[in-house]
Design a protein around this ligand. Sequence first.
Ligand code: URP
Ligand code: ZN
Ligand code: ZN
Ligand code: ZN
Length: 460
Amino acid sequence: MSILIKNGRIITSADDSVADIYIEGETIVAIGKNLDYQAGTVIDASDKLVFPGGIDPHVHLSMPFMGTFSSDTYETGTRAALYGGTTTVIDFVLQTQGDSLKNALADWQSRATGTAVGDYSFHMAVTDFNEDIKAEIKQMVEEEGITSFKTFMAYKGALMVDDRQMFDLMSEVKKQGGMVTAHATNGDMIDLLVAKHRAQGKLSPLYHYLSQPEVTEAEASNRFAQMAGYTGCPAYIVHLTCEGALNAVRQAGARNYQVFAETCIQYLILDASLYEQDFEGAKWVMSPPLRQKKDQAALWAGINQGLLQVVATDHCPFMWEQKLMGKNDFSKIPNGHPAIENRIELLYSEGVDKGKISLSKFVEVSSTNAAKAFGMYPRKGTIAVGSDADIVIFDPNEKHTLSAATHHMNVDYSGYEGWQVAGKVKTVLLRGKVVIDNNQCLVQKGNGQFIKRNKVSNIL
Ligand code: URP
Ligand code: ZN
Ligand code: ZN
Ligand code: ZN
């Protein structure tokens, strides 16, 4: 099987030029002007942008959470990702407290294997660290290709680890060549505020937001970053939302600590005014919550300053009926929102088209940096000879409107209903196969492969 993509404007994190790409099997074989290969399929990409398949390193598919499951399966979620130009996702295996990492992995594999349409990998969320689990860290890195370990500093009683466990875990993960990542918010402070609001009968979605003020995130981000500095463990803060947390990352960088950070598309473009309505605000009940306009400005600047390396989604969709579990109590609304399909088009539209970030920065934060941080580069995250042919062909001028009526995510509302975007994902290749073309998905479940990842590189 061979494909020749002709005359596209190829954008990587380093280059920008009009050229052809020749693909054989799953791999890019040649890149250059006027390539002269006899290919089985020729795709004309004139006037289109051609960039590496998106990597979303923060998604939750079929995740058991808050008494229910996130509504996208590996099939529906990775298919929707492909429609939106994201060819690889990294999901989170959640250790059950008191049980092994191995058992948790088997559970997640049972949902993903043979089901995913696009490529996927796993972070391992350590929720209960002790001597037995310590021995499993090496196994995960060496045998399973799982090199990043997620921690929750919130969700007490379910997922949260304390500082002692965090510190110990970081020391072990550093030894094994991995990365520790964190949902960095102060679980105790949040629990206290939630209890206070509930006791006062303040039960609407607005109080989800008011129970997680900026200080809860700034404090935990700083604590995490400082522990990373002390232990020397590469560290990565997931879904960073606000100026205060960004300042913690800035300070860590000034001390040359290896602290990386991700924000998500929603924190760049939506704000907390969405909670100032009745239960409708539940659509955006997520943790951390949406913030203020001043935080959006800080986040865009943080991307350009290299403090935020990744724009992910934290895709964690729930049907409206599931959101209604918290109709009378915000603390029972399943946390999360759908965006896996919308990330690339929104980031292009609100970032590149509106002049906030460059095209190369767009590629960096939507694909390349995640591949580097999580040990998949240069197999994934770039367009280069020898890399997987994971490629998006994008029309920068095809305006269209986002809607639940046309999206492919398994959720009955959109967080971006009616939002006009400036460009459109037209054709997507995954490992040398055309998987999306003309608004059609051309592959079935089982097409996605599990991607084993390398130890953490030091090249961001
Ligand atoms: O609200 C969120 N973020 N739901 C998913 C779980 C998490 O904390 O990432
Ligand atoms: Zn989280
Ligand atoms: Zn998450
Ligand atoms: Zn679209």
